[in-house]
Design a protein around this ligand. Structure first.
Ligand code: NAD
Length: 368
């Protein structure tokens, strides 16, 4: 049997810095856990534009469609701000998401106890928090037609259309139920069925998928505005939340801030399963290329490392090894190791990006 394959796209700014630490961790799993990957590396974003005149070369796109999972750092930077929209670094990322048809965006909000003080909420509300927001990523109001700014009488009107087909709702609901089965078996679906027909259809289809194929999973429905309130009032009531593109955009950012720093937040975007049952998948930290700290060894690599942990769990069925890596991160944080973005306590000297990688590798060694 060949090794599982990974395409690594470090990208721009701090992307390559944080990805260097992930590559050391990938090597560790190969050497110490007999879990080797066939790794290829390529360009995306501004660095791809510099070399090829496009933020994502067709060859890179073809590789992304072939491998078992793609791991991306970050794209963008001030150098590229004045480029034409069609070749901006972000277009590379959007092309990957579109051509891989990654319709299910997973954003965990997990609060490590050692960092509970970083949350804007009270410690007891967030300590131990572990929820997952599943956002539909390829349809809804960001894509629906008609859209545009039109003349109407003697004024202009701006129009966007919320549009969901049953099959689009069905597939994202399934991905949420599958996820729930690997967690605490609870899904809360959020929409605005009280005022939107698309919300009524959303609710009906999610309920039908559950009743037909996932009767073991507990399903509740909530209006998205109440969901936003509940997320900041009592977030631990949730396990998996599934919602549309627009509400998911807002609710996942809201949930993310429950946990503190941007340098801590991983994500996964999943598509339809391939013949081998593995979904098309792209894993990336939520943060951008952080040009303000790029090249200074200050970036926190944990978001990117936790994105690889998600790949272990969701692409490679290595839940135990994912938990080992997450536990190593938790131990390092509990021991007080901090990159500069996590400072707050008195008398703590920050470690560099490499220093954080070293500490996590040492914790992995200690886990054996
Ligand atoms: P950003 O996420 O890059 O940075 C926001 C702030 O958080 C900065 O102060 C940065 O130093 C800090 N930060 C982010 N990640 C960190 C980490 N791992 N460790 C320590 N500190 C961290 O967002 P921005 O400044 O709005 O955007 C910068 C560039 O990144 C822009 O070109 C933007 O278009 C791009 N961007 C890319 C992505 C992506 O690749 N998915 C996402 C967001 C922004």
């Amino acid at each position: 049997m060949s090794n599982p394959s990974l395409l690594i796209l470090p990208g721009d700014g701090i992307g390559p810095e944080v990805m260097t630490e992930v590559k050391r961790i990938i090597d560790w799993f190969g050497a110490k856990r007999d879990l080797a990957f066939d790794v290829e590396e390529d360009l995306v974003g501004g660095c791809a534009y510099d070399k090829h005149g496009t933020p994502l070369h067709d060859d890179t796109m073809a590789k992304a469609l072939q491998v078992d999972a793609v791991l991306l750092g970050a794209v963008g930077g001030p150098k590229y701000d004045n480029l034409d929209f069609s070749v901006k670094p972000e277009r590379g990322l959007l092309r990957l998401r579109k051509e891989m048809d990654l319709f299910s965006n997973l954003r965990p909000a997990q609060c490590f106890d050692a960092l509970a003080d970083f949350s804007s909420l009270k410690k007891d509300i967030v300590a131990g928090l572990d929820i997952m927001i599943v956002r539909e990523l390829t349809s809804g109001v960001y894509f629906g037609e008609p859209r545009g700014i039109f003349e109407e009488g003697n004024e202009r009107v701006g129009i966007n259309t919320q549009r969901y087909t049953e099959s689009e709702i069905d597939r994202v609901a399934r991905s949420a139920f599958e996820l729930a089965r690997r967690r605490n078996n609870k899904v809360c679906s959020m929409e605005k069925a009280n005022v939107m027909e698309s919300g009524i259809l959303w609710r009906e289809v999610v309920q039908k998928v559950r009743d037909t194929d996932y009767p073991d999973v507990e399903l509740t429905h909530m209006y998205a505005d109440n969901g936003a309130m509940q997320l900041v009032r009592a977030p631990k009531q949730f396990d998996v939340i599934v919602t549309d593109n627009l509400f998911g955009d807002i609710l996942s950012d809201c949930a993310a801030m429950l946990t503190g720093s941007l340098g801590m937040l991983p994500s996964a975007s999943l598509g339809a399963p391939n013949a081998d049952g593995r979904p098309k998948a792209l894993y990336e930290p939520v943060h951008g290329s952080a040009p303000d700290i790029a090249g200074q060894g200050k970036a926190n690599p944990i978001a990117c490392i936790l994105s690889f942990a998600m790949a272990l769990r969701y692409s490679f069925d290595q839940g135990e090894e994912a938990a080992r890596l997450e536990a190593a991160v938790e131990k390092v944080l509990a021991d007080g190791v901090r990159t500069a973005d996590l400072l707050g306590e008195e008398g703590v000297t920050p470690v560099s990006t490499t220093g954080m990688g070293d500490a996590i590798l040492a914790a992995l060694d200690a886990s054996l």
